[in-house]
Design a protein around this ligand. Structure first.
Ligand code: TZP
Length: 224
């Protein structure tokens, strides 16, 4: 087993909650949503709040780290490589306009999880040239257009996303407009999980919504 596999198991990506402070109704809502999502079987949590100050981000991150302690569910922070250690997070997710993953690896060292967004074939080609051990998983998307990320890249659609996943030597998750109805097609296509904001944060019952996702994923056969 390579170091990368040890840092991020494919099954950790199955139901990946990415938080959105607005959709959750404020920082308190984020904490409660993560609590409920944990009860519903979420396998990974990312703190994402592009509008928060570093101070607000750290405060919320520390609360989430506390909620997740002992659960076995890793905490990833979006973009802010410089806050991973202060929060005690397991790693970072960086996008194409964030710190390059090799630099993030140099800052964070060998133990941190690093996730990396890929939105098209050319970005995957470039990613395949990274030194081994730089990244641990890929977020592929957006699968569909989504209001949760203004200015996102062109949607890939299911078929193109599946082709990218098949070329990835890293575990992958799909993101962007993903719902429990996509579980069967995504799992059959070889993706390792579903990363969602609104399918959990945008609901009245994050625990039930997460359970619906985890059950749909567990039910779906893996064909690829
Ligand atoms: N990156 C690509 S799409 C997206 C992010 C953070 C937003 C996903 O949100 P939703 O509500 O699950 O479509």
């Amino acid at each position: 087993m390579s170091t990368a596999q040890a840092r991020m198991r494919p099954e950790d990506l199955a139901v990946y909650l990415v938080t959105d402070t607005e959709q959750c109704g404020g920082p308190g809502g984020v904490v409660e949503t993560v609590r409920r999502a944990l009860a519903g079987g979420a396998t990974l949590v990312q703190l994402r709040d592009p509008h928060a100050s570093d101070e607000e981000f750290v405060r919320l991150g520390l609360e989430l780290a506390d909620v997740l302690t002992g659960s076995g569910v890793p905490l990833i922070v979006d973009d802010r490589v410089h806050l991973v250690d202060e929060i005690g997070a397991d790693g970072v997710h960086v996008g194409q306009s964030d710190m390059p993953p090799a630099q993030a690896r140099a800052v964070l060292g060998p133990d941190a999880v690093i996730g990396w967004s890929v939105t098209n074939e050319a970005e995957l080609d470039a990613t395949l040239a990274l030194p081994e051990g730089t990244i641990d998983y890929l977020g592929l998307g957006p699968m569909r257009a989504t209001a949760s990320k203004p200015g996102h890249a062109d949607p890939l659609g299911m078929a193109r996303l599946a082709r990218l996943a098949r070329r990835s030597p890293w575990p992958t998750c799909a993101i962007g407009g993903v719902t429990s109805r996509d579980a069967a097609a995504l799992k059959a296509s070889g993706v390792d999980g579903m990363a969602v904001i609104s399918a959990i944060c945008g609901t009245d019952d994050p625990e039930a919504a997460t359970r619906e996702l985890t059950e749909a994923w567990a039910r779906a056969p893996r064909i690829a």
